[in-house]
Ligand binder design. Structure first.
Ligand code: HAM
Length: 412
């Protein structure tokens, strides 16, 4: 026998019983986001590699080691999308959305791909729901997006939620700070992990993210970006916070908050759940006012977030959805039975057709197990309709069955 083929590491199948809760997540996200004026967008699963190399940033783990990149027969380098923001910004400009009333508010739900080490809550193909508001630098947009992520987690019953927010300032304020941070890292180089040491000039901020004890020690006395923000950055941050305070959203200001994407400017936020293990990030995002220019488009402010569906499901209490009730179980294997099932389906009934060639007793048992309201026992000569609620049986023509079931369904 040939060797059996399983799904690739870090991927998973969504089995029928798991579909219900995922649908609840999608529908809840749709309701919350569309009620705030966000409209659905879907971008391609693969894009030109440059989009992510420039958008997400060459110094990030994502671009350096986690992308599924391939060349197609036309020798173009393509990449399975590791995230959604760069593509949404691309689509905004490609479709002239700057001519629409601003900000343009968009949301998405779909699969993303990163070649990370698989573990609980971390996959190589995972799903995100995301929201992006492009075309405004008003702090109210930041606050609205944080509110929406918070509401989504709340509606899905995500346990032990923590919301952290920070500000990265503008590239100018960050550049001045960066020099100070690099000087601090250089002065303590011998205590740092090799990885951090190698990236001192490349991406010094990521040192705050390290779980290496020596690095953490060094970072405790590191200068903080939040103390080096410009006046306008601070005002922006205060305006966001004032709005969150006004609507009673609990958050912590985390001056060391960093995220794994290079496009962020100003507001940054992350929602975690202590109910999750090491992979505690449920969702996060931030402002990306410089991204459009990185992609060769005119400067366009934007902000957004994405949340992982698997983590929302793991940390939340999403109810399953029961299978729809069966109106009619067609117990018969002949052509008449098939025709009756087809007629029922066309009339909009939930119909299950006997497909296993059971005995009459077996079919009735199967119908009962499926919770069918009616069973049509279709013989070659006669058709009997049995009401499974009352136990009544009546012989009738196959043509009369569907009308009878529709009537019975409305009465119950
Ligand atoms: P991100 O933090 O890289 O941000 O991902 C957002 C969420 O996706 C994470 O909080 C996590 O729940 C989920 N996630 C990420 N990687 C994995 C994985 N390997 N397995 C399972 N879940 C995962 C972004 O992607 C940005 N595009 C968010 C954003 C939108 N920023 C601005 N706009």
């Amino acid at each position: 026998m040939a060797e059996r083929i399983n799904a690739p590491r870090g991927t998973y199948d969504v089995l029928p019983d798991q579909d219900g809760p995922r649908r609840v997540v999608e529908e809840t996200a749709r309701r919350i986001l569309e009620s705030a004026g966000y409209r659905r967008i879907e971008t391609p699963i693969f894009e030109h590699t440059e989009l992510f190399a420039r958008g997400v940033g060459a110094s990030t783990d994502i671009v350096q080691k986690e992308m599924y990149t391939f060349e197609d027969a036309g020798e173009r380098s393509l990449t399975l999308r590791p995230e959604g923001t760069a593509a949404v910004m691309r689509a905004y400009h490609e479709h002239g959305m700057q001519k629409l009333p601003q900000p343009v508010k968009l949301w998405y739900f779909g699969p993303f791909f990163r070649r990370e080490r698989p573990q609980a809550g971390r996959y190589r193909q995972f799903w995100q729901v995301g929201a992006e508001a492009i075309g405004s630098d008003d702090p109210a947009v930041d606050a609205e997006l944080i509110l929406l992520l918070h509401e989504l987690a709340g509606e899905l019953g995500v346990r032990d939620v923590r919301l952290r927010i920070g500000s990265l300032g503008t590239p100018e304020s960050r550049a001045a700070y960066r020099e100070k941070l690099i000087a601090h890292l250089r002065a303590n180089e011998d205590k740092l992990s090799e990885e951090v040491r190698d990236r001192i000039d490349f991406n010094p901020l990521r040192a705050f993210d390290s779980d290496h004890p020596g690095t953490q020690e060094v970072m405790r006395s590191a200068p903080l970006l939040i103390d080096h923000l410009g006046k306008e950055d601070l005002e922006h941050f205060d305006e966001v916070r004032a709005r969150l305070d006004a609507v009673g959203i609990d958050y912590e200001v985390d001056p060391t908050l960093v995220r794994g994407l290079d496009y962020y400017t100003r507001t940054l936020f992350e929602l975690t759940s202590d109910a999750l293990g090491a992979q505690s990030g449920v969702g996060g995002g931030g402002r990306y006012d410089g991204l459009a220019e990185q992609l060769g488009a005119p400067p366009t402010p934007g902000i957004g977030w994405a949340a992982g569906i698997e983590r929302l499901l793991l940390a939340g209490q999403t109810p399953g959805t029961p299978a729809p009730p069966v109106d009619l179980y067609v117990a018969g294997t002949n052509v008449q039975a098939f025709a009756l099932a087809a007629e029922g389906l066309r009339a909009g009934l939930n119909v299950q057709l006997e497909l296993a060639g059971r005995s009459r007793k077996g079919m009735l048992k199967a119908a009962d197990r499926a919770g069918a309201r009616y069973v049509a026992l279709v013989g070659d000569e006669e058709t009997i309709l049995k009401d499974m609620e009352t136990g009544e049986q009546e012989e009738m023509t196959p043509q009369a069955v569907v009308a009878h079931v529709i009537k019975g369904r409305h009465q119950s």
